[in-house]
Each structure stands twice: as C-alpha cells, then as structure tokens.
Ligand binder design. Structure first.
Ligand code: ADE
Length: 248
C-alpha cells in the first residue's frame, strides 16, 4: 500500500536527502504458530475481529530496539519514541500536532485493519492515539500516510522554497488567502491589481487581509485562537461592519 505514494514527489525527495526513512513492518511476521494468527473474535462475542496483543507487542519490542541513523549519529540515549495508534477514537490530527511530531527523531505508527484492538494495546503499548477525521476507514494505513506526509513537509529542506511551510493555511493559525499566476486576464477574469503593482508592502498587507477575510468567512472559530495584531483586529472590525451593513 505504501511504496506508490512514498516514491513520488516530496516524500521521495525527503528520503533521497536523508530527512525521511520509512520502514514497513508486517505484524503477521511477529505472530507465532503455523497460521500466524494476528486477530481473533472478541471475548463475549459480538462479531468482528480484534487485533491480538502478542504479535503487536513482539513487533514493537523489535522495532523499538533498533537505532535510527540519526540516533547513532547523536551518540546519545534516544528520547522515548512516540508509539501512535491510528484510530477514529484518537485525538484529532492538526497542523499543530504535525509540528509537534516533526520534532521527534523517530515515530512508530501502528495501523490496524480490524474491527478493533485488544484494549491492552491502548493501555500499555502505545503512547498516543490519533484520528485524521470523524469517519471510519477500512484501516489505519491511509491515516498513517497522512501523518507521514504532513510531518515530512515540515522537515528542513524537503520543500523547494525555504520557509514555504510557514505561510501555509493553518501554520499561521489562519487560512491562506488566494494565489494567482499568469495570465493577468483570462476571459475577463482579472488578477487583483495590487499583486501586479510590484509594491511589496501593499502586497503583504493585501495578503494578510485576504487571509483574515477567508478565515472569517470559512472558519471563524479559528480567529479566536489566531495571533492577531492591532491592524488585524481593525480589519476584522471592518469586515464585521460590512456584514452588518449587508444585513440592513
Ligand atoms: N482508522 C480507521 N479510521 C481512522 C481514522 N478516521 N483516523 C485514523 N485512523 C483510522
């Protein structure tokens, strides 16, 4: 499931420059017995299959005993590695969590393809649980890839332009405003004059105001926690006035 996405574009480059190293482990390889059983019906009945604790425990023991290249270079005792279970019951993934995770030398992501996990996995083997949204996928793999993607693009040198991730939607606590490229006019749909003016201060101000406007329109609750200066507050006041006038 993973190589296709990992071997394209930014994730591919991140691996080439040594910023990303993804190792895939099949839980079945750690299951014992002829049939290498990884799941069983739940105690008490009720249908569905539950991921057993022993193979996952053996897998994690093996994986956590390995040292990453970065840890070897540092020559220090590795920091505790977050072991993250992908589950719709986890804490909602966000840009803030991506930033938090990007500070770790290594992450272990646990994907299930089952009705559920033995509860003791939650209680004793993992350190975190993350959901990528309020819907249920058939397995944790896509969710794990979402995490890998969002975290990788925050690592140094992975995006072409330096600082490209800093103005992203969500990185600033606001949605990003609109972007345009040539042609200046298409079917009479024109690029805003200010962007073609070459006046940098005006362009920066326009971009900030567009970000505020878009956030106000689409995700107003984000404004409650965004870092806003006096000019931002003044502009938001103007938007509120505009809306009041529209309501009259
Ligand atoms: N596994 C199944 N659904 C999921 C979700 N929404 N987020 C994370 N992992 C999942």
């Amino acid at each position: 499931m993973f190589p296709g996405y990992l071997n394209e574009s930014i994730l591919k480059r991140a691996q080439e420059i040594g910023q990303l190293d993804v190792r895939l482990h099949n839980i079945r390889d750690y299951a014992s017995g002829k049939h290498r059983v990884t799941d069983e019906p739940p105690y008490g009945g009720g249908g569905g299959m539950v991921l057993k604790i022993e193979p996952l425990s053996a897998a994690l023991e093996h994986i956590l005993a390995q040292t990453t290249a970065g840890e070897a270079d540092l020559g220090t005792k590795p920091e505790p590695t977050p072991v993250i279970l992908l589950t719709p019951q986890g804490r909602p993934f966000s840009q803030k969590i991506a930033q938090e995770l990007s500070a770790h030398e290594r992450l272990v992501l646990v994907c299930g393809r089952y009705e559920g996990f033995d509860e003791r996995v939650r209680q004793h083997l993992v350190t975190d649980e993350i959901s990528i949204g309020d819907y249920v996928l058939t397995g944790g793999e896509l969710a794990a890839m979402v995490l890998v993607d969002a975290v990788t693009r925050l690592l140094e040198g992975t995006l072409g332009a330096e600082g490209a991730a800093e103005s992203d939607s969500h990185a600033t606590g606001l949605l990003e405003g609109p972007h345009y490229t040539r042609p200046a006019s298409f079917r009479g749909w024109d690029v805003p004059e200010v962007l073609r003016s070459g006046h940098d201060a005006n362009i920066q101000q326009w971009r900030r105001q567009q970000a505020l406007r878009r956030t106000w329109q689409r995700r107003p609750e984000m404004l409650l926690t965004a870092d806003l200066d006096e000019a931002d507050k003044w502009f938001l006041g103007k938007l509120a006035e505009e809306q009041d006038e529209g309501a009259d």
